[in-house]
Design a protein. Structure first.
Length: 251
């Protein structure tokens, strides 16, 4: 059983923070009354809310609006770096968690503000405002995995989460969960806002980040995640994360 760090339901955050996390270490469910920008310094960080899950590598970040309950889990030795802003300070106007692209400058600002020699006072506030300016132009990336509520979708999601390489069609999976292909297709669009192929690709890409963090090769990760070939996996990974799986492992 993985270790869990117990936190009260309402966790106070008053400024930038950095939390080293061991492989599979988990921070239990809690919430904040401030907005958070969470950017892993190394390793891969899984962020879950009641409505979905995001698996975030170091060159991406998650914006968590104030009041959203969430939990964290590290894949590989990781480092949770966090900036906080008042609930009314929201440069992108986001009302739900979102994965954002992180520029090299924003990544350096986060690292400096959360590092051992972090500035205080006016220099810190200047950098926090610079981070906000970077965030105002940060593109939102469609990398979240919505959590289904319909029992048929939950059963289907459980099958594919247990084995992302499962290559059965939606019709075949429908027979396993007791629903027709058209019904499931409508449910995916209506409840999750994604088509089934898009949802499955995002599930597989999230799983690939976990396997790569564990040191798996690109070839074995591609097979374990159900991609038809290593080159197809590399292309999908590059499109989603802006880098190749091999370069990602070296970061």
């Amino acid at each position: 059983m993985s270790p869990a760090r117990q936190l009260p339901p309402h966790q106070q955050e008053t400024g930038p923070s950095r939390h080293p996390l061991a492989h599979h270490e988990r921070i239990d469910w809690h919430w904040h009354d401030v907005n958070q920008l969470i950017a892993p310094g190394l390793g891969v960080l899984e962020v879950s809310t009641p409505h979905g899950r995001w698996v975030v590598p170091p060159h991406r970040a998650v914006w968590l609006p104030a009041g959203v309950a969430h939990t964290h889990r590290a894949h590989g030795p990781s480092e949770l770096r966090c900036l906080v802003y008042p609930a009314g300070t929201n440069p992108l106007g986001l009302t739900a968690p979102a994965v954002l692209a992180v520029t090299p400058l924003l990544r350096e600002i986060v690292a400096h503000l959360t590092g051992p020699d972090a500035p205080t006072g006016r220099p810190a506030r200047t950098l926090e405002l610079a981070a906000l300016d970077q965030l105002a132009h940060a593109p939102e990336l469609p990398l979240g995995l919505p959590r289904p509520t319909d029992p048929r979708l939950r059963d289907l999601a459980a099958l594919l989460t247990a084995d992302p390489s499962d290559g059965r069609s939606l019709a075949e999976l429908g027979r396993a969960v007791g629903a027709g292909e058209r019904t499931l297709s409508r449910l995916f669009r209506r409840e999750l806002g994604l088509g089934f192929p898009q949802w499955r690709t995002q599930l597989r890409l999230q799983h690939s980040l976990v396997l790569l963090a564990q040191g798996r090769s690109v070839t074995s990760t591609a097979a374990a995640c159900g991609f038809r070939s290593p080159s197809a996996f590399i292309e999908a990974f590059r499109h989603a994360f802006g880098t190749t799986p091999g370069r990602h492992q070296q970061q």
